[in-house]
Design a protein around this ligand. Structure first.
Ligand SMILES: O=C(CO)[C@H](O)[C@H](O)COP(=O)(O)O
Length: 236
């Protein structure tokens, strides 16, 4: 391992690069959000610049992804201009053995779900700490809520047995505001037995825009691990 370099950062870099390696010229690419996909976006930009990759066009899943794509010279388009996405690459906060996910650690799960679900191939990039036996083991479920509905939604979630907490800003007074101008409630459940059912139940509460449970959509998970002091990428 390179002395003094954070091993998690190295794993994220390696896995971000491995995902970028799977993108082919002439494709429409969903660009995920977070610190891992930031490396993918950077590597895609490098490849375009060197000519190894040609004619890709990106669809960002957040303002962060859009800014990074512009910084690294990736041309962008919108869902109004294309009717399909070839490949989407995105991070996750938890991955279970069925490749179901919790996402939304960066409050971008609504746009991420739209883009990732539209892709012919959806690749998830994570470091090994994100792999869990059961969703909800360590991460709360992010739920994007329209601001005027915050109180009734939090009450409805409590009735479902969840412990909701309004996500607060860091270096910003008050709640986190999403790219859509909404708020995020992080919901801890004692145990999630049926992620597919919980995903639907949460989305049925009036005022909820989208939650961060992704079921049955992941094609491939690339997992960054450290082995013999070196970062390696495994597939699931
Ligand atoms: O869902 C997300 C943002 O809403 C991210 O993909 C998720 O939080 C993982 O981020 P990171 O790669 O920084 O660990």
């Amino acid at each position: 391992m390179t002395a003094g370099v954070d091993p998690v950062k190295l794993m994220k870099q390696e896995v971000g690069k491995a995902a970028a390696d799977r993108v082919q010229s002439g494709t429409i690419v969903g660009l995920g959000t977070g610190s891992t996909t930031a490396y993918t976006i950077q590597f895609l930009g490098d490849r375009l610049k060197s000519g190894k990759l040609k004619d890709i066009v990106g669809i960002p899943t957040s303002f962060q992804a859009e800014v990074l794509a512009k910084q690294y010279g990736i041309p962008l388009t919108t869902l109004d201009a294309v009717d399909r996405i070839d490949i989407a690459i995105d991070g996750a906060d938890e991955v279970d053995p069925q490749k179901n996910l919790i996402k939304g650690g960066g409050a971008a799960h609504t746009r991420e779900k739209i883009v990732d679900y539209l892709a012919d191939q959806f690749i998830v990039v994570v470091d090994s700490s994100k792999i869990v036996d059961r969703l909800g083991s360590s991460f709360a479920v992010p739920v994007e809520v329209i601001p005027m509905a915050i109180s009734p939604v939090m009450r409805a979630i409590e009735k479902l047995g969840g412990k909701p907490e309004l996500r607060m800003g860091v270096k910003k007074a008050g709640p986190v505001i999403t790219d859509q101008g909404n708020m995020v409630v992080d919901v801890k459940f004692d145990r999630i037995d049926n992620p597919a059912e919980l995903e639907k139940t949460l989305n049925n509460i009036p005022g909820v825009l989208e939650n961060g449970i992704f079921v049955g959509v992941t094609d491939l998970v690339l997992i960054g691990e450290v082995q013999d002091d070196k970062p390696v990428v495994k597939e699931m």
